[in-house]
Design a binder for this molecule. Structure first.
Ligand code: SF4
Ligand code: SF4
Length: 145
């Protein structure tokens, strides 16, 4: 089910060199038509439906749409992200709308520590255990076979 850009809502990220959807797509599928100032998915069959572009688009211009041969047309799922939660609006093709809100953070935005407090060093690259082991397991050393 590929991403679909609603051209009426897309503002081309106000003509930035690289749009939000281009920046976030792990498959590099989204491109900006600089003449029309609208983004589009250049290879929908390669989209793995990760929803990254849908969530980051500042104008809610991107939807994931099912293929007509196995999914009824007319249904829409649209997320709206805030700094601490995400609200999913699900619109069924009979017009019924359901909304689900979920928290997405346990700490304030911008306060996450990249190493989560675990020290690291170049010796970790030579070690067969995970970077945080054995400390994160609660053991002083890992069991030996
Ligand atoms: Fe358009 Fe949204 Fe992509 Fe920006 S992120 S270019 S508004 S589809
Ligand atoms: Fe790329 Fe994911 Fe959006 Fe598909 S859903 S276009 S893979 S960011």
């Amino acid at each position: 089910m590929p991403s679909f850009i609603i051209t009426e809502k897309c503002d081309g990220c106000k003509a930035l060199d690289r749009t939000a959807c281009q920046y976030i797509c792990p498959n590099d599928l989204l491109v900006l038509d600089k003449v029309k100032n609208k983004a589009y998915n250049r290879s929908p069959e390669m989209c793995w439906e990760c929803y990254n572009c849908v969530k980051i688009c500042p104008t809610q211009a991107i939807e994931i749409r099912g293929y007509a041969d196995f999914m009824p047309l007319g249904g829409v799922v649209q997320p709206m992200k805030s700094s601490d939660s995400i609200l999913w609006s699900v619109k069924f093709r009979n017009g019924q709308i359901k909304r689900f809100k979920f928290p997405i953070r346990t700490i304030p935005e911008g306060s996450a520590e990249p190493d989560a407090g675990w020290s690291t060093g170049t010796e970790d690259l030579k070690s067969p255990v995970l970077r945080t082991e054995p400390g994160s397991t609660g053991l002083s050393e890992l069991p030996k076979l």
